[in-house]
Design a protein around this ligand. Structure first.
Ligand code: BES
Ligand code: MN
Ligand code: ZN
Length: 500
């Protein structure tokens, strides 16, 4: 990580030096502290704004030479357009945009977090800081030749957010910072190469959450064999690397006996397709086929770090799908944990085999209020929704509605797709209870129908994140290949409904 900014919340009276960031709107107004700071420069800002055609539009930045008489390097003026229309996600993006414009390292940065018309709320200020933290993340561990700007030491940027209610903002930021660490953990896991992050190593990293007070249990192959998780085990059978199932528990609810909610993740550390091997083009991307499990792990980190007042179970099935003399084959019939039998048609439809055992086990053992699974499950969801929305499938309208709302708040959007008997029958098998693929059409839906057969009556939502969970394009909040998608979504979902 090139920059790991230390973000400090302080009041507006704190001395300003280094780089100053001020917020303006599309009337080019400033708050009182920014006005005072810019005063020595006279009408410099107005003149430069005119030359540069800077209109204060959202996420546009104007770089100003520092006014004389102040210990400043320069001033970044960032536009927010119509300030009253700014939502949480927009403040996050402002933070990211600002960080993207800062020189690499070692500078003192002061962000005057105030609005032209008044104070910025503690929540919005925390979003600005979170956006900065996320944008600063870089995955460059394996580069031995760093760019000169990355070599500058020390790699810290101290950001002082000047806000009205400093105590409130400090508290809010300490929680948002924990969520940020969870997102960065999820990114890190997705970015790691598959020779480094194999199932046992993934389980070890998840076990580190114990330090934050998360209870972590790791099931090895003999334990899973004993439980009858033959679908999950079949996928890992062709790999030299052992499979694992990890159960993480955060018991933060005021009432300790509160029924938990459960989040389940697909963790295929590398997906070659197995005997139904994938073509070579872009196969390296399949190191990200554990993005669902990464999200669950990052979420558990976030919940523990911010001491969420909810009981949440995180379960991840972690395997590697390889071709080998001992691999599972098309034609094999597997007896899953639930007792239902599966005819394997295609060994590349492995994610649902991992999840069906993880879901059925979670449901039976914990009897959760609801279950949500995340999985890079089908290429077909990329065809349908691209990289902008995750596909959502649910047997419960209220749950679907709440996830949609959390998506709107965080900008991690989900789009509901259909389920129903007409799709369900597409996975009936001639030889077993079901087959693991449903043919060429409706690929994401038949995959979801498969999972649906393992959740009983428990309210459940499946998020197909093959498009959103990996190979992310650059945004205001980062250029990481693994975006850490879903941590903010589920954190918001839990905060909004399960911590009251
Ligand atoms: N991990 C893949 C899905 C995937 C594709 C994720 C592209 C991210 C980007 C999954 O295991 C898979 O191979 N699915 C098959 C299912 C098919 C064999 C029914 C697919 O989508 O082609
Ligand atoms: Mn596959
Ligand atoms: Zn896969």
């Amino acid at each position: 990580m090139a920059i790991s900014p230390k973000i400090v919340i302080s009041d507006l009276k704190a001395p300003v030096n280094g780089i100053l960031v001020v917020i303006t709107n599309d009337d080019l107004d400033f708050g009182p502290a920014a006005k005072a700071a810019l005063k020595p420069s006279g009408d410099l800002f107005q003149r430069v704004a005119k030359i540069e055609k800077f209109k204060g539009k959202r996420n546009k930045v104007l770089d100003l030479a520092a006014p004389a008489g102040l210990k400043l390097e320069h001033v970044l003026v960032v536009g927010v357009g119509k300030a009253k229309d700014m939502k949480a996600e927009d403040w996050l993006k402002v933070g990211g945009t600002v960080m993207g414009r800062l020189p690499a390292a070692g500078r003192n940065v002061t962000v005057l977090a105030e609005l032209p018309g008044g104070k910025l709320s503690a929540d919005d200020a925390a979003q600005v800081a979170l956006g900065m933290k996320l944008r600063a993340y870089k995955f460059d561990r394996y580069k031995t030749k760093k760019k000169p700007e990355d070599e500058e030491k020390p790699h810290t940027v101290e950001i002082k957010l000047g806000v009205g209610d400093v105590a409130a903002a400090k508290k809010t930021w300490s929680r948002a910072n924990g969520v940020g660490d969870g997102i960065i953990l999820a990114r890190e896991l997705v970015n790691e190469p598959p020779n480094v992050l194999f199932p046992v190593e993934f389980a070890r990293r998840a076990s580190e959450l114990k330090k934050l007070g998360v209870q972590v249990e790791v099931l090895d192959e003999p334990a899973m064999k004993k439980l009858g998780m033959n679908a999950l085990l079949a996928v890992g059978q062709g790999s030299e690397r052992d499979s694992r199932l990890v159960v993480m528990r955060w018991n933060g609810a005021k009432k300790k006996s509160e029924t938990p909610i459960a989040i389940v993740g697909k963790g295929v550390c590398f997906d070659t397709g197995g005997i139904s091997i994938k073509p070579a083009a872009s196969m390296e991307d399949m190191k990200g086929d554990m993005a669902g499990a990464a999200c669950v792990t990052g979420l558990m980190h976030a919940l523990a770090a911010r001491k969420a007042e909810a009981n949440v179970i995180g379960v991840i099935g972690i395997v590697e799908n390889m071709p080998d003399g001992n691999s599972y084959r098309p034609g094999d019939i597997l007896k899953s944990y639930s007792g239902q039998t599966i005819e394997v048609i295609n060994t590349d439809a492995e994610g649902r085999l991992v999840l069906c055992d993880a879901l059925a086990y979670t449901n039976e053992r914990f009897k959760p209020k609801l279950m949500i699974d995340l999985a890079t499950l089908t290429g077909a969801i990329l065809v349908a929704l691209g990289q902008e929305y995750a596909g959502m499938f649910s047997n419960d309208d209220k749950l679907a509605e709440r996830l949609t709302e959390a998506g709107k708040v965080t900008g991690e959007h989900v789009w509901r797709m259909p389920l129903g008997p007409v799709y369900d029958k597409m996975i009936d098998s001639k030889f077993a209870d079901m087959k693991n693929t449903g043919g060429r059409f409706a690929g994401s839906i038949t995959a979801a129908q498969f999972l649906h057969r393992y959740v009983g009556k428990t309210p459940w939502a499946h998020l197909d994140i093959a498009g959103t969970g990996m190979a992310a394009h650059n945004t205001e909040i980062g250029d990481s290949w693994g975006p850490g998608w879903g941590v903010r979504l589920l954190n918001e979902f839990i905060a909004a409904h399960y911590e009251k």
